[in-house]
Ligand binder design. Sequence first.
Ligand SMILES: [Zn+2]
Length: 321
Amino acid sequence: MKRVVLAVDLGGTNIRVAAINEHGTIKKRVQRPTLAHEGEASVLQSLLAALEEVYQDFPEKQIQGVGVGIAGAIDIEKGIITQSPNLVGFDGYPLRDKLQTSFLKHLTIMIDNDANLAAMGEKWKGAGAGVNDLICLTLGTGIGGGIIIHGKLIYGADGMAGEVGHITVDPQGPQCNCGNRGCLEALASATAIRREAIEALRKHPESELHKRCHNDPKTITAEMVYQSATAGDQMSRKIFQNMGRYLGIGIASLINILNPEMVVLDGGVSKSWDMFFPFAKQEVQERALKIPAARVKIVPAVCGDDAGLLGAAYLVFHALP
Ligand SMILES: [Zn+2]
């Protein structure tokens, strides 16, 4: 009988729970709405209901633990949500204690940042299989990051290491949610692509994107900008070109600091690979030191939305005695 871990992706919209065995095979999965706007009690109830739905399908002794991934700052030692962009008002919420007083009380329960877990998932079962030194950047609404050195995630003194989205790549750049200006996240995330597109449309009303958004810039998404770029729209291509350049500037610094074997790019924006990657690569080649730049492989993620779930399962299996 193979052991399983209940892996959780506690997102802003949905809670996903999967039972994952030691080979990284997903045996069952369920999804429920997070109900974040209804507050702590509703989120906990929804989370426990999702966990129970998976839990009841396995003999008790087969289930080894629970691993939860959440966006934002997590105190992994105390199991507390320090601050999460998806769970506003949950600052300081002792999620592990809450789970530990439920029907899960006999299990090992771990909570971690979702981008850290995605990095570990890609290392275990994805692009980084067999690689011990890698950095994973999740290019989504924001930019998350996980850094693995000698096979282990690095956390830093406050558990906040790996926040690659907040390295400055343009000192005069746009305001970031963190309070700084010109962070990588403010220039290379889906939010940044959308903002740049809305701004560029004012100067280029002839753009293909104008037709795609039916003359309503509010409906523009990063994916729409990608489709427009793929259709040959120069304005949309230029937006991805700039985004790729900033991404490359950020990655070049990471390469110089950490000398990774691999950089994995994950998240929705990474699917626009052909539009941004040549420009990112060019910046890396021009800016990073020759030896680490020649060694590093920069590749797309392969686990998709399951990377974080797999990473959560991996961490729990490896924390067990
Ligand atoms: Zn920032």
